[in-house]
Design a protein around this ligand. Structure first.
Ligand code: SF4
Length: 256
C-alpha cells in the first residue's frame, strides 16, 4: 500500500486533477476494497453521477439514521434505481437500540454529538473496517474544518480517505449539474441548501452559507465523519464530547 510520503506527493499532484481523474485513480488502485459515502442531497448528485459513468458497481454507503426527511429517502431510491447505483444502507449498531428508544425524540436536540456518533460515525467505522479506501464528497468551501482537508488523507488505521471534490466550489457543483441536467433533492428549492436529518436541518436564505441550516444555533457544524472523532473507535474515550452519561453502554461493552 501507499506510504505516508507517497500519499502526500499524490495528494499534491491531484490538486490540479479533475474529480473524475481522482475518482478513476482511486477505484483502479483499490478495487474492490473501496467504497463511497453519500448523503444523497443536491450537493452529492455530481459525484454520484460521475460514479455512474466510471464504475456503477462501486459500493456507495447511505447512512440511514432513521431521522431523514422522507424526501431524502425517496430521492435516494430514485437515483439508485435510475442510475443503477450499488447503494447499501447503514444503520446503527443494535447494541444501542434500547438506549436510543428511550431517547428517540430528545437525543438529536439534547446530545447531537452522541446522536451523530451512534447513527453516523459508528456505522461508517464498521462499514469501512475491511476497506482500503473511502471516497467522500466534502469540499473545502463548505466549512472551516473542511477547508483544511487534503485530497488524500491517510488515517491512523491505514484507511485512505479520498476527497475528489475538495477543490470544487458551490458554483462548480451548479455548473456540472446544469451541464448534465441533473436532478435536485426535492427540498432544495424550498431553501434546504444542505440536507441532513430532519431534527437538525432548517431552510436558509439564498445568500447564507450552504451549511448554515445544519444544527443551526447549536454550536455544531460537523457530524464527526470528517473530524478527529472518526478515528476514535472506543466510544468510552469520547465521553467528554457527549452530554449524556453513557456509562451504562460502556459497562455493557466491557461485559461482551
Ligand atoms: S444530524 Fe441530528 S438527528 Fe442526525 S444523527 Fe446527527 S444529531 Fe442525530
Amino acid at each position: 500500500m501507499l506510504t505516508p510520503q507517497e500519499v502526500e506527493r499524490l495528494s499534491e499532484e491531484f490538486e490540479t486533477k479533475t474529480p473524475q481523474e481522482i475518482l478513476k485513480w482511486a477505484i483502479d488502485m483499490f478495487w474492490p476494497q473501496i467504497a463511497m459515502s453519500s448523503s444523497f442531497q443536491t450537493q452529492s448528485v455530481p459525484l454520484l453521477h460521475m460514479v455512474g459513468q466510471i464504475n456503477r458497481n462501486l459500493l456507495i454507503y447511505f447512512i440511514d439514521t432513521g431521522y431523514h426527511f422522507w424526501e431524502t429517502s425517496i430521492f435516494r431510491e430514485q437515483l439508485a434505481s435510475e442510475w443503477h447505483l450499488n447503494v447499501l444502507d447503514l444503520y446503527r449498531d443494535t447494541r444501542w437500540d434500547v438506549f436510543v428508544r428511550q431517547r428517540t425524540r430528545t437525543l438529536p436536540l439534547d446530545d447531537p454529538n452522541l446522536c451523530c456518533f451512534i447513527h453516523k460515525v459508528q456505522p461508517m467505522q464498521a462499514a469501512l473496517k475491511d476497506m482500503l479506501a473511502w471516497i467522500s464528497g466534502i469540499r473545502r468551501d463548505q466549512t472551516a474544518t473542511r477547508a483544511k482537508a487534503r485530497i488524500l488523507e491517510l488515517q491512523e488505521d491505514g484507511l485512505l480517505k479520498v476527497n475528489p471534490l475538495l477543490n470544487w466550489t458551490k458554483a462548480d457543483v451548479k455548473r456540472y449539474a446544469e451541464e448534465h441536467n441533473l436532478p435536485s433533492h426535492p427540498l432544495y428549492e424550498k431553501g434546504y441548501r444542505s440536507v441532513g436529518c430532519a431534527p437538525c436541518t432548517v431552510a436558509i436564505g439564498v445568500n447564507d452559507d450552504e451549511r448554515a441550516g445544519r444544527w443551526q444555533g447549536r454550536g455544531k457544524t460537523e457530524c464527526g465523519l470528517h473530524t478527529t472523532m472518526f478515528a476514535q473507535k472506543d466510544f468510552s474515550k469520547l465521553k467528554n464530547d457527549f452530554q449524556t452519561d453513557i456509562s451504562e453502554m460502556d459497562r455493557r461493552k466491557s461485559e461482551r
